[in-house]
Design a protein around this ligand. Structure first.
Ligand code: ZN
Length: 318
């Protein structure tokens, strides 16, 4: 098939487990454990780590220790450390953290934006203008996240024009790195291919990445579709953190080790050491105290061979 020739040779992995994952846990993960996990992730070869969020501690108490986490982690050279910034108040809090990047967060659909942030998408975009300006003043790269771009729990499919409108608004405020999110895990490969190639065609100077949740088992198929559309930046979470396995409709991120495992086998470089990532995944499983969604953590790498069972004589001893 044509598509195999056109796959990118290398992609970047943005590890979001410490933010998207930890915020979804019921119990507060002690700061020591968070710092250990982030430091371990720093040694796996990921390009970036979304370490925490400056969302109001009342809204997300799990990440109330953002300042301490950012102070205590050991920053590895070559890794970009980012924080999620939902509004100007959060941005002001983020300034002294000296992150390499801020990920501005808003929803593409009004109903999700209102339910999540109590304001329309347009108001959220206006609210991001001073945030982008503050990032620039402080020499921090501002990236934009587009939640529900690939499907909304209240509005369903999102028209391409709507996604483009938000991307253009980000670009107008000087944001040239944008993460397109399937927040509730409803996107299919065809939709991903259409939206991602459409965005690349309309805004060629913007770098679009993909943020996938594996809620309905479509995430890796969506990765493949995105590769075919030239996407080279993916968010993922170690172990597939991001959803509660005891709740129906768990909404974990695509697991970093599943993603790296597939890309390794296909010859697409990630720079990530799969064994190191699996070790962090086991550590993460211990820290959260429940099973994780990751398939490779459960089943092992496909290259690992097992000893063949000895043939048993028919009717012989068992
Ligand atoms: Zn997410």
């Amino acid at each position: 098939m044509e598509m195999w020739k056109d796959l990118p040779g290398r992609v970047e992995i943005n590890e979001v487990g410490p933010r998207d994952g930890f915020q979804a846990e019921d119990d507060f993960i002690p700061t020591d454990r968070k710092v250990e996990l982030i430091d371990a992730l720093s040694r796996t070869g990921v390009a970036a780590i979304q370490a925490t969020s400056v969302v109001h501690p009342k809204a997300v108490p799990q990440l109330a220790d953002a300042e301490e986490v950012m102070t205590r982690i050991e920053r590895a050279p070559g890794v970009r450390y980012t924080v999620l910034v939902p509004n100007l108040r959060g941005a002001e809090r983020a300034v002294p953290m000296h992150a390499d990047g801020w990920e501005l967060m808003l929803s593409v659909t009004d109903s999700h934006s209102i339910s999540n942030a109590n304001r329309s998408t347009e108001d959220a975009l206006k609210g991001m203008e001073p945030v982008a300006a503050l990032a620039r003043e402080n020499g921090v790269e501002a990236a934009g996240s587009m939640a529900t771009a690939l499907g909304c729990p209240f509005e369903g499919r999102v028209p391409f024009e709507r996604v483009l409108y938000v991307a253009e608004a980000y670009r107008a405020m000087g944001v040239y790195r944008i993460s397109v999110a399937d927040t509730v895990g409803v996107a299919d490969p065809r939709l991903v291919h259409e939206i991602m190639s459409g965005l690349a065609e309309r805004l060629p100077d913007v770098k679009f990445g993909l943020h996938l949740h594996n809620t309905r088992g479509m995430a890796l198929a969506n990765v493949l579709a995105a590769l075919g559309a030239g996407v080279t930046e993916f968010d993922s979470a170690v172990g597939g953190l991001g959803g509660c396995p005891f709740a129906p409709g768990a909404t974990g991120n695509v697991s970093t080790e599943d993603l790296v495992h597939m890309l390794d086998q296909m010859g697409v470089e990630t720079g990530v050491d799969l064994d190191a990532m699996l070790a962090v995944s086991r550590e993460a499983r211990e820290v959260v105290g429940h099973p994780l969604e990751s398939a490779v953590l459960r089943a092992g790498k496909s290259g690992e061979l097992h000893e063949a069972p000895r043939a048993q004589a028919f009717g012989g001893p068992r």
